[in-house]
Each structure stands twice: as structure tokens, then as C-alpha cells.
Ligand binder design. Structure first.
Ligand code: SAM
Length: 331
């Protein structure tokens, strides 16, 4: 426990998938007049430096957000877009995308890029990836969409990340609208459901550092749906060669079907999961090849958003012919 630090992984392809989904969800759910409670059971540090020691060590952002930006010409800024909206469809391959500046990014990916631009003004001005230095974690992404009546509850167990998260949130100066607790997010969730205004979104994004996390996610979501059937429940999971990882989406689907709740399941694969050997004959592990998002009670708009964004993620982030996506839904 506690060897996982999200800073090593910030901005990787799994974050691109997760955070693009999160933005689409938050954008939709905060449009209504009734207060929304957002509960982030595994919050991380909130903000990450893409030029810091951790991210440089693993370089995972180079297979995620940096690849997304470098594999294509960036669409114009929001102000420029308002003046001359792009109309063309995005080319299918990164090479074609790179030679064509005017294609249309999927709205969800464009919102993700604009959020990064908002946090990195120098990057927004120049489009130079070298100036993309701050990467938002889920707490900062959710917070961006809140209005005065909404609440955000954050849980983080790691002592260092909890301290960073607390400091980062304090700097926002949003008072009690956002609370941070060093508690087990799986357990804490129970005390917040059902929420006062009966509207909630729960993001459950553990590190899966311990094998037991897979079973805890399924149990926690089952309990949450019983307590508050109409909440939107969002689970990220890694797709790795481990039976628990394959079972988790099946278990979530079963629980959604049994509870008669609609569900949506999206996966993004960027490369093969096979082990390879290097020039010296050493076995090389591929790193995380794929991940998935399982959403119970998704907004009706999410499928179309992801249908547009996922092929673009594959075109821009795919590393070999195993790259691809799936998108299924039911209920
Ligand atoms: N949701 C974050 C984001 O998208 O920016 C990333 C979270 S990271 C994948 C998982 C985090 O959960 C780690 O920071 C880890 O320390 C924390 N953690 C692990 N077990 C936990 C638990 N039982 N309750 C709360 N946090 C936990």
C-alpha cells in the first residue's frame, strides 16, 4: 500500500480517456438547476506538474496528453473558433491529422484541450507543448464545472498526496464547497448517499495497487446503487492480464442490469499487451496497454460524445495495430 503515486501516471492515455469522460459528464450534469454533489472516492493530489520529477521518470504523459497534442495540429482557441468554426471531419490517421490544421476535434476532446489551455496560459498562447506544465487531476476538473449550489467531496488516503491535495484546494479559495478528507473513499461514500438534493455523481478511481480493490469497487458500487439508485456512478479500471480486471466490468454490468439501471462501458486500447524482448534479450513489459470506464446511469448524451471522441483518441494515441476502442451500452 502507498507505493502508488498518481504523479507518475498523470496525463497518460488512461487519464486522457478518464478525464475526457469526466469533463463530458460534469458539463452535462451541472447544466441543471438542482444542486449536484460530486464524490471523488480516490482523489489523488489534484494537480500535477508535467515537468516534475515523477512525470519525467516514467514519461507516461508522452504516451498520453503530449502525444495527443503532438500527433495533430491543435484546433484554434475558443475565441478564434467562435469567429470561424471548424467544419471538417478529423482525418483518420495521425499523419493526415498533422497535415491538416482545420479539422474538427470531437467536442469532448476539445473541451479537454480547452481546460488544459485554461490552466496553462503560455501553452494556450503558443500551442507549444513545452509550455504545458500543469495537469489537472479529477478534483480540479470537477471543480471547474461547479456552480455555487454544488458540492465536491474528496477522499485521499496517501499522506503526501492528501497534503498536496489539501494545499492545492486551499489555493482555489472556494471555502466549504470543496472538502478534503484523509479517509477510505470506499467507506466514506456510504455516509453521503443519498445526497441532500438527490443528485450525485461518484467517481471511483482507485489505484488497484491491491488486488482487493477490484472486489471493493464492485461491492462499493453495489451498495451505492442500493442506497441511491439514480446517482451517476463512474468507475475507471485498467485492462491488464489479470482475471480480476476482466471480471470487474462484467460484475458492474450485472449489478446495473439487476438494478434496472442504464449503463455505458467504454474502453481504449493503445497497444498490444504482449511482452517483448529488447536487443539484449531482456523481457520488456509494455506498460498499461488499455483501460476502461464503466458508467451506471450515464447522461443520454454521453454515448454520442464518446462515439465521436474515441476514434480520434485511437487515431492520435494508438501505438500499434492493436489500438482500438469499444463502446457498449444497455438498460
Ligand atoms: N482520481 C485521480 C485523478 O483522476 O486525478 C487519480 C487517483 S489515483 C488513480 C488513486 C488514488 O487513490 C491514489 O492517490 C491513492 O493514494 C488513493 N487511494 C488508494 N486507496 C485509497 C482509499 N481506500 N481511499 C482513498 N484514497 C485511496
Amino acid at each position: 500500500m502507498f507505493s502508488y503515486r498518481h504523479a507518475f501516471h498523470a496525463g497518460n492515455h488512461a487519464d486522457v480517456l478518464k478525464h475526457t469522460c469526466l469533463i463530458a459528464l460534469m458539463k452535462y450534469l451541472t447544466q441543471k438547476d438542482t444542486a449536484l454533489t460530486v464524490i471523488d472516492t480516490h482523489a489523488g493530489a489534484g494537480l500535477y506538474r508535467l515537468d516534475g520529477d515523477y512525470t519525467e521518470t516514467s514519461g507516461e504523459a508522452s504516451e498520453g496528453i503530449f502525444k495527443l497534442i503532438l500527433a495533430s495540429k491543435l484546433p484554434p482557441s475558443p475565441a478564434a473558433r467562435a469567429a470561424t468554426p471548424a467544419k471538417k471531419a478529423m482525418p483518420a490517421t495521425p499523419a493526415a491529422a498533422a497535415s491538416d490544421a482545420a479539422y474538427a476535434w470531437a467536442p469532448a476532446l476539445l473541451d479537454y484541450l480547452d481546460l488544459l489551455r485554461g490552466l496553462n496560459p503560455h501553452f494556450a498562447q503558443t500551442g507549444d507543448p513545452a509550455h504545458l506544465k500543469i495537469y489537472p487531476g479529477s478534483p480540479f476538473i470537477s471543480q471547474k464545472f461547479l456552480s455555487g449550489r454544488d458540492k465536491l467531496k474528496l477522499f485521499e488516503l496517501h499522506p503526501t498526496d492528501f497534503k498536496s491535495l489539501t494545499g492545492n484546494i486551499e489555493q482555489l479559495g472556494v471555502g466549504r464547497q470543496v472538502t478534503v478528507a484523509r479517509e477510505d473513499g470506499f467507506e466514506a461514500l456510504k455516509t453521503f448517499l443519498p445526497p441532500p438534493a438527490r443528485r450525485a455523481m461518484v467517481l471511483c478511481d482507485p489505484s488497484y495497487e491491491m488486488k482487493s480493490d477490484y472486489a471493493r469497487v464492485a461491492a462499493c458500487m453495489g451498495d451505492a446503487v442500493k442506497r441511491f439508485a439514480t446517482g451517476t456512478y463512474v468507475v475507471w479500471y485498467p485492462i491488464i492480464p489479470r482475471p480480476e480486471a476482466h471480471d470487474l466490468p462484467r460484475k458492474l454490468k450485472t449489478l446495473a442490469v439487476k438494478a434496472h439501471r442504464p449503463w455505458l462501458h467504454a474502453t481504449l486500447t493503445v497497444k498490444s499487451s504482449k511482452l517483448t524482448t529488447d536487443a539484449e534479450g531482456e523481457v520488456v513489459r509494455p506498460g498499461l496497454p488499455a483501460s476502461g470506464m464503466f458508467i451506471i446511469n450515464p447522461p443520454h448524451t454521453l454515448k454520442a460524445e464518446l462515439n465521436a471522441a474515441l476514434p480520434q483518441m485511437v487515431a492520435l494515441l494508438g501505438q500499434d495495430r492493436n489500438a482500438g476502442f469499444t463502446l457498449e451500452h444497455g438498460g
